[in-house]
Each structure stands twice: as C-alpha cells, then as structure tokens.
Write a protein of this length. Structure first.
Length: 367
C-alpha cells in the first residue's frame, strides 16, 4: 500500500519551537518520498502555508482552544476525513490525540504537563498521556532525555519511541546592524517565551552582583507568557531595571542579528524537552550558559557551560568568563562551537526519521 501520511498542522502560525520544528521537518520530508507517496498537512483556514516540495495543504476548521473543544471537534471530523483522503497513517503533534481508524504517530515534545503543576492537574495529565501512548503505534520525541522520561511515566512505550532531534539552520546571510544602540558592555541574550520555567530570575540576580563597569544588559526575545512583570519588578528592586530589555516576539531577521551581536546566550530554564536556543547559540559561535537540568546537558554535549539553576553566584562567575572571550569568528572556541552545531543532526535527518516511521506504520496496516 502506497504511503499517504496526513499530518495535523492546525496549531501552525504562532512562533514557537514546536511550530518551527514541524515546518522544518516538512520542508525536507519531500526529499524522502518514494514514487507516489504523499503527505497532506491539515491547517487552519487563516494560515497561509508555504510552498514546500511534495507537501499538500488542506484547510480544516478545527478550533485551537480550549483543548476539550478542539479534541471533540477532532474526534468527530478526523476519522471520516482520513477515510475519504485514503490516508495510511496519521501524525498528531499534541495531546490528546483522537481515536483514528489507521495507525497513529504521536509527537511528544516534552512532559511539562506531567512534571509541573499541582497534584490534580498533574494526575489528569498523566492519565491523558498514558491513554495517548497506548493509542499510538509510534511516538516521536526530540531528545534522549524526553524519551527516557516517557519510558519512566509509561513503561509500555518501550519499543515505540523514536528520536528525531531538533536541528539548526546555519545562518545564510550577514546579520543586519541592530536598529537600537548597543550598550557599552554589550548584552547577553535569552530567546524564548517569558514564563516561570525559564527561571530568568537567576540571571537577573547574577547581573545585580556584577560591578557597574562590567555588567552587560539582558535582552529578552520572546513573548511575555506570565513572567515579564515579575522580572521587571525584581530588576527594579535590585536597582538594575535599566539593564533589562524585553523585546517581545521578533522576526527571523531580527533574531539573526540578535544572536550575531550577543556576547553570550543564557538558558537558565529548569525544564526543556530539547532547548533550541542553546543549539542556536552554538551555531553562532556564542558562549552558551545553561541550567544543568533536563535535556540541556544532552543538547550542549560539553560545548557550553552548565550551571546550577538556583545559584546566582555561579551564573555571575560564568558570565564574567564568557564576557572575557573574544567575539571574533576566528577565535578557536567560537569555531569549535560552530563546528559542533554544524555537525549535529540536520532537519533532513529528522525528516527522514519521520517519513521512515510513517512508511513502516502504513505498511503494518496492510499486513
């Protein structure tokens, strides 16, 4: 039976690591299709899909939230649609997945819902995860750490989990000058939503311990998801409010420039299923300072500085060391970091893993 993979894509649109991953995988998936194999991506009507080789796009009216409303609509709409499309495998990128009459491939980016929150939401999330994993014939995840965590929570998933790592696309053009004037001591950069798990307070406290002549600014690129005001208040209390710049969401060209001009990249997050900005920082040759937690040690693989997530003094010393480094691309440390990121698995590798998994699941249906 010729493979026809149908992929859920109706959360595409807002800038996030999960959406970046899906689009990057789809951009390379066509390279691995055989003969008449097909991929159809379901998306919201208001989303303008890019033109990608051998990827078909189909608008579908599925609400993006709340979760229960989306899940009900999915359960009613998807089974007959998949049958009408002649799909051989369905790929779902978030929880909970619907019951479908064909093999299900489930992408799990992390287990935040299970590992966070208070007891009752956590128990509910664990129940949803277990049911989803039983329903899926294959589970794709971006890191060994997340795979191991899935096995811990749902032991029955052993043999089902496949790892398709996130990747970075090397910069293809020169960075534009930043529109704003750079501070005297430069800036350290954090990329990602501002939310409690990002643990940015430890960096703010470390900056407050630095001497005025050496202290850089902290630039935050990402939308405020609940921690922005807290960070501003903390910085004000510590007398360093002027050092904190919240940039909000930025476009790709601006992000390219921010990475290029940064003195270092900081990622003090206490929970990451992968941690894309850490790998992106290495791709730009920047010193990367990250919390010694969850998937971040795996992503950096000895090419960054791992620090206790709750010790500002340790972050202070690490930032001082990073700020003493040369910013030249010819610096050996910079070249080593860039080389590591360039040699890491690519989006083409991730796409090959997905297509191979979809093909195997589709073939198993006809056995």
């Amino acid at each position: 039976m010729t493979m026809h993979a149908v992929v859920s894509g109706w959360l595409l649109g807002p800038h996030s690591g999960a959406n970046q991953r899906l689009l990057a995988v789809l951009a390379h998936a066509g390279n691995h299709l055989q003969h008449e194999e097909r991929i159809t991506v379901l998306h919201r009507p208001e989303f303008s899909p890019p033109t990608l080789s051998r990827i078909e796009w189909l608008p579908i009216d599925i609400p993006t939230g709340p979760t229960w409303k989306r899940a009900i609509r999915e359960q009613f709409r998807l089974p007959p649609m998949l049958k009408e499309l002649g799909a051989t495998v369905y790929d779902h990128g978030f929880l909970p997945p619907p019951r479908v009459p064909i093999p299900l491939c489930l992408t799990i980016h992390d287990l935040r819902a299970v590992d966070g929150h208070t007891m009752w939401p956590r128990m509910l999330a664990k129940s949803v995860l277990r049911k989803a994993c039983r329903r899926a014939q294959a589970i794709v995840t971006p890191s060994e750490w997340t795979a191991a965590r899935i096995h811990q929570v749902v032991p029955a998933t052993r043999g089902k989990v496949v790892i398709a790592r996130n990747a970075v696309t090397p910069p293809q053009h020169e960075a534009k000058p930043l529109l704003r004037e750079q501070p005297v001591n430069g800036y350290v950069l954090h990329v990602g939503h501002l939310e409690p798990r990002k643990n940015l307070a430890v960096v703010v406290r470390a900056l407050a311990l630095m001497e005025p002549h050496e202290v850089p600014e902290l630039w935050l690129a990402g939308r405020d998801a609940g921690s922005g005001q807290h960070l501003q208040t903390l910085a004000r209390e510590l007398g360093i409010e002027r050092l904190l710049r919240q940039l909000g969401s930025v476009d790709d060209d601006t992000l390219h420039s921010l990475y290029h001009h940064a003195r270092a990249v900081v990622m003090p997050s206490i929970y990451e299923g992968f941690g894309m900005p850490a790998l992106e920082g290495l791709a730009y040759g920047k010193p990367v300072l990250a919390a010694d937690a969850t998937a971040l040690p795996e992503v950096l693989a000895g090419n960054g500085t791992l620090l206790p997530p709750d010790q500002p003094d340790a972050w202070l010393q690490a930032m001082r060391t990073a700020l003493r480094e040369s910013t030249s691309k010819q610096d050996p440390a910079c070249q080593q970091r860039r080389a590591f990121a360039a040699a890491a698995e690519s989006w083409n590798d991730a796409a090959a893993t997905y297509v191979t998994t979809w093909r195997a699941l589709g073939a198993s249906r006809s056995i």
